[in-house]
Design a protein around this ligand. Structure first.
Ligand SMILES: Nc1nc2c(ncn2[C@@H]2O[C@H](COP(=O)(O)OP(=O)(O)OP(=O)(O)O)[C@@H](O)[C@H]2O)c(=O)[nH]1
Ligand SMILES: [Mg+2]
Length: 415
């Protein structure tokens, strides 16, 4: 596990946010989840509601609302048809472009399965991405009990979101059933879904804006997200009291959002932020990291941060954004080095010294078998004495080479 971190100044409180960040809720559920972000965060990012349903838009109470596709839907929503949701957004392409213009980071929040979210959210993501913003989508997918047609539409929309954004974090509603109590109402389950999506947004917002012990910056987030192949997972967990670090890490590794630790175990790279109060101790950070280290791959790339927020006195939250597939970014300067294909060996090659052994990654070297192997001689060949009478002495054939007669093992470094 290689870890990247930058030292901060250790002072709590929000930093002057140098990033222009916008949260866009798309569709009924997306807008409700986006509104939840506002209820949880004072002085947070600007949150905008986009929907083809005017009444649902008004109910969000959000200060910036954009009604899309009115000519088509007359303000009554897309009726579960993603094709209508797509046209509705494309009809307002200019307004959407103005909305996201100049943003560094755009979060698109949607709940897939209906018409507006499934059809319009990929259009919003595409426009934000085209405008140069790092675009991260948070999308829930329908419960197993919802209609197959809606589930299929959601999967297609998810594919579109991944294609048009830098990364899309999918939060299947079905996983919520592992978290909410058995008797939970549909409303309280959706509330739990809204809360989870909001926490993902807030977790990233805080790591970019709070100053702390160890600072993650925008380029770390960009590095992880842009090289993730479009799919990331998010998880978070909290702890309180003297054992807060242990509690939070155990809860994180048990979280269905991260598939009970499997996402961390398999991730090529992840970004981990520890949020605590002014009492956040280095020991807490150390405890979280050593527990994560036990699970993560040895060669995983980890971007870590630790931020301090005065409201978190006595509590701690760990948030993780993980990329299962991640390829380190190419260096910005210099030409990529291309290695020509190996030519067939020539007579001159015999005088060329052997190439230096390939440098092994220390992480993998520990598990790689050692190079030395035994050469095994199976047949006792008499060579040029094959056709003559054996010279026997003390029961041994002296015409057979000694090392074969004595069964001497020769160590070879050939595989
Ligand atoms: N998290 C969350 N999910 C919701 C909520 N309401 C609905 N959903 C889920 O989101 C899916 C889509 O529903 P909506 O968001 O209402 O649909 P829409 O995008 O507004 O699409 P149309 O109403 O057809 O224009 C549903 O199948 C549910 O799985 C909510 O309040 N919160
Ligand atoms: Mg709707």
């Amino acid at each position: 596990m290689s870890t990247t971190f930058n030292l901060g100044d250790g002072e709590g409180g929000p930093a002057a946010a140098p990033y222009r960040l916008l949260v866009v809720g798309v569709g009924g559920g997306g807008c409700r989840a986006a509104r939840h972000v506002v209820t949880l965060l004072d002085h947070g990012p600007t949150v905008v509601a986009v929907d083809s349903d005017d009444q649902a838009l008004r109910e969000t109470g959000l200060p910036v609302q954009l009604s899309i596709g009115r000519a088509l839907t007359r303000g009554f929503g897309a009726g579960g048809d993603a094709a209508i949701g797509k046209i509705a957004a494309e009809d307002e392409e200019n307004k959407l472009r103005t909305l996201v213009e100049g943003m560094d980071l755009v979060f698109v929040i949607t709940t897939l399965g209906g018409g507006t979210g499934s059809g319009a959210a990929p259009v919003v993501a595409r426009i934000a991405h085209e405008q140069g913003a790092l675009t991260i989508c948070f999308a829930s997918t329908p419960f197993d009990f919802e209609a197959n047609r809606d589930k299929d539409a959601a999967q297609e929309a998810l594919r579109q979101l991944r294609m048009h954004s830098d990364a899309t974090i999918c939060m299947p509603n079905q996983r919520l059933l592992e978290i909410v109590p058995d008797q939970a109402t549909l409303k309280s389950t959706f509330d739990a879904s809204d809360h989870m999506i909001s926490m993902a947004v807030i977790g990233i917002w805080k790591l970019l804006t709070e100053v702390g012990l160890i600072r993650l910056n925008f380029s770390d987030l960009k590095n992880l997200v842009e090289n993730s192949g479009g799919a990331c997972s998010f998880g978070y967990a909290e702890g309180a009291g003297p054992d807060k670090a242990k509690q939070a890490t155990q809860a994180l590794l048990a979280s269905p959002l991260l598939d009970h630790g499997n996402v961390i175990a398999q991730a090529d790279a992840f970004l981990l932020n520890i949020l605590g109060g002014p009492d956040l101790a280095l020991l807490d950070v150390q405890q979280v990291m050593s527990n994560i280290q036990k699970v993560a791959r040895r060669d995983a790339k980890v971007f870590m941060g630790a931020t301090v927020d005065n409201d978190w006195q006595g509590r701690l939250m760990v948030t993780v954004l993980a990329a299962e597939h991640w390829v380190a970014a190419k260096p910005l300067s210099g030409q990529p080095v291309s290695v020509p294909p190996a030519a067939a060996p020539t007579a001159e090659d015999a005088t060329v010294p052997p190439a230096a052994p390939e440098k092994k990654d220390p992480a993998t070297a520990a598990t790689t078998e050692l190079g030395q192997k035994e050469l095994v001689f199976e047949k006792r060949d008499r060579g040029r004495f094959d056709k003559v009478e054996p010279t026997l002495y003390g029961g041994e054939d002296l015409d057979i080479p000694t090392f074969l007669r004595r069964n001497v093992k020769i160590l070879s470094d050939r595989g």
